[in-house]
Design a protein around this ligand. Structure first.
Ligand code: ATP
Ligand code: HMH
Length: 266
């Protein structure tokens, strides 16, 4: 059994964060483990509070896992503070973590800041150089690069600018453009394009978390990056098509193993 770790925040409503990550991992048939960086009081309508876990406790969680268990891939989500990022980077370096997927979560769909703006530079300087692939959405790519992104051409420029910061691959997600969503993968040489039809739904809570966890699971399963992203796109598309009208706001993506099996990917 492949083992995948998520280092992320808890979403009490179960649609994003740690909860989305573990559901995605189970659906991929890998064993999910979690290091909780923060607890959010959150539902489909908004984020009502955040309590950060101390950097010491985050480091201890990572240590407890790596001292005992071999980790095949890591997904990093919400990391809100400078000290948190430093603690995570130190531990991942110490244990020579492999297959690291960074979803640089900054603002929730409801507009709540999940990354302290002061921590942006730590994310860029300490975490981005360690990762296999970073998966920013358009607003995140704009914050990281300082560029304005309004077209696919702009997305390509942003991917190239982020690549220089040190990750092995950059996947810029186009879900925030109005057209059909196009995601671009850059490996330092060429751009690969992953496109689907836009699904008409308001229920997209947790899409970014789901995609990054699916990529991490696929890397753990041994797929090369292009295949890992292609399969993850198929997974997120089905998860959005079947998204649930739970709660009064933006409902969550739906994960179930049979979907994955039906696609012939068990
Ligand atoms: N309406 C949609 N129809 C089809 N695919 C979509 C739709 N919205 C997003 N996607 C896809 O879902 C994935 C996540 O993209 P998105 O840009 O929404 O991430 P995100 O903003 O980081 O999500 P989150 O708010 O959960 O952090 C991408 O692969 C994107 O192309
Ligand atoms: C805890 C958490 N992580 C990530 C997201 C994605 O925006 C969220 N809403 N909540």
């Amino acid at each position: 059994m492949k083992k995948v770790l998520t280092i992320a925040g808890s979403d009490s409503s179960g649609g994003a964060g740690i909860q989305a990550d573990l559901k995605t991992m189970s659906a991929h048939g890998v064993f999910g483990m979690s290091v909780i960086t923060a607890v959010t009081a959150q539902n489909t309508q908004g984020v009502f509070g955040i309590q950060d876990i101390s950097p010491q406790m985050i480091a201890k969680q990572i240590q407890a896992i790596y001292e005992d268990i071999e980790v095949d891939a890591v997904k990093i989500g919400m990391v809100s503070q400078v000290d948190t990022i430093q603690a995570i980077a130190q531990q991942l370096l110490k244990y020579q973590a492999k297959n690291i997927v960074l979803d640089p979560v900054m603002v929730s769909k409801s507009g709540f800041h999940l990354l302290n703006p002061e921590a942006k530079n730590s994310l860029i300087n300490q975490l981005i150089p360690l990762v296999t692939v970073i998966t920013p959405n358009l607003p995140e790519a704009e914050v990281i690069t300082g560029l304005t992104i309004e077209s696919e051409k702009d997305m390509e420029e942003a991917a190239k600018a982020i690549f220089i910061m040190g990750p092995q691959y950059v996947l810029i997600k186009g879900g925030h453009l109005e057209s059909d969503p196009v995601d671009l993968l850059y490996d330092g040489k060429a751009i690969q394009r992953f496109s689907t039809k836009r699904i008409a739904t308001k229920n997209t809570h947790g899409t970014g978390c789901t995609l990054s966890s699916a990529i991490a699971s696929n890397l753990a399963l041994g797929f090369p990056i292009t295949e890992a992203v292609k399969l993850a796109k198929e997974y997120i598309t089905v998860a959005i098509e079947n998204a649930l009208s739970i709660g009064k706001g933006v409902g969550p993506t739906h994960h179930f193993y049979s979907l994955y099996q039906r696609a012939g990917l068990e």
